[in-house]
Design a binder for this molecule. Structure first.
Ligand SMILES: OC[C@H]1O[C@](O)(CO)[C@@H](O)[C@@H]1O
Length: 308
């Protein structure tokens, strides 16, 4: 049975150096979730403009319903200017006060959230009051649902308060090494070492799992009963990093919510993220079968050491 997974947040156009592609972490996440065979719902908002109409069409072409995409009559559809450096790393200039900052609560959204088995959200959509409050209410109405926080810290789009509130709402945190250290500094956590910092964060915010991606060095996972797994990085030819973390999250959630062992979920997510990093933009099609095939090909894998 496909699992019902919902995500709340930004749907936008990523303006890459030479073309525009549909993006927004929750949109990218739900696209991958559906491509893996689960039943994903995206909760967002676009403007009453050409970009909004095109976003709906693009979304549907990607196999994601626009049923829970609201239309805003005042604010434009979101967009992001994405610069890619010589190493393929993305720098995001995120346009502010756009339609997805104004998502309003309604009965359909409450149903989509509370009837899902897992919901995903990030910090970017919490930069203004309306969407932030809608998210809080949706979470409040969904007590028995697994809450997956893909923290996605984007410049000028988070505060210590939005990070802390998000951690309090979450059961599972997905972060990257850099974001975990930013979180440490803003929330005055103690540990420098990533594993110890993850332990401290789990305890302080009562999390069940932390997933931490490490760029080309793979990813690790730590649970609240202190089970630790590490999956090393793949040596790939990098397209760009856009959407790679979103694919990691979708891969992990797909396996985890379908009752696969956490170690397998980590490996599948890590491979999904690596494969998306070989493409440009966040929504190039990659099937589950292609990821599974990729995982069994012998690869050169990078390896990091943890100071345990
Ligand atoms: O959501 C914020 C930004 O992050 C991405 O999702 C990539 O992870 C982009 O598509 C978007 O511009």
């Amino acid at each position: 049975m496909p699992k019902k997974i919902a995500a709340f947040g930004e749907l936008l156009w990523d303006l890459l150096p030479n073309r525009k592609v549909l993006g927004g972490a929750p949109a990218n996440f739900i696209y991958r979730i559906n491509s893996f065979g689960d039943n994903g719902t995206l909760l967002s908002k676009v403007g009453n403009d050409k970009a909004g109409r095109e976003a709906r069409e693009a979304l549907k072409r990607l196999g994601v319903s626009d049923e829970n995409i609201q239309t805003d009559y005042e604010f434009p559809t979101g967009s992001v200017k994405v610069k890619i450096d010589n190493f393929g790393n993305a720098d995001y200039n995120i346009i502010t006060d756009v339609a997805y900052d104004h998502i309003e609560i309604n009965a359909e959204m409450i149903d989509a959230f509370s009837q899902a088995s897992c919901v995903c959200f990030g910090t970017l959509v919490q930069r203004y009051g309306i969407s932030k409050n809608t998210l809080r209410e949706l979470i409040h109405e969904s007590p028995d649902v697994v809450k997956f926080l893909d923290i996605n810290l984007r410049n000028n789009c988070y505060t210590a308060a939005s990070i802390e509130e998000s951690l309090k709402m979450a059961n599972i945190l997905k972060t990257n090494d850099e974001e975990l250290l930013i979180t440490k500094n803003l929330l005055n956590l103690k540990h420098e070492n990533l594993k110890e910092l993850a332990q401290e964060t789990i305890e302080k915010y009562n999390l069940e799992i932390i997933l931490c991606t490490l760029g080309s060095n793979g990813a690790f996972c730590l649970t609240n009963d202190d089970v630790f797994y590490y999956d090393s990085g793949y040596q790939i030819s990098l397209g760009d990093t856009v959407g790679s973390g979103d694919a990691f999250s979708a891969g992990f959630v797909h396996y985890y919510m379908n009752d696969r062992p956490i170690e397998e979920a980590l490996s599948f997510g890590n491979a999904a993220g690596a494969m998306v990093a070989t493409t440009t933009g966040a929504t190039s099609p990659i099937s589950k079968e292609e990821i599974l095939d990729f995982m069994v090909i012998p690869h050169n894998r990078n390896s990091v050491r943890f100071h345990q």
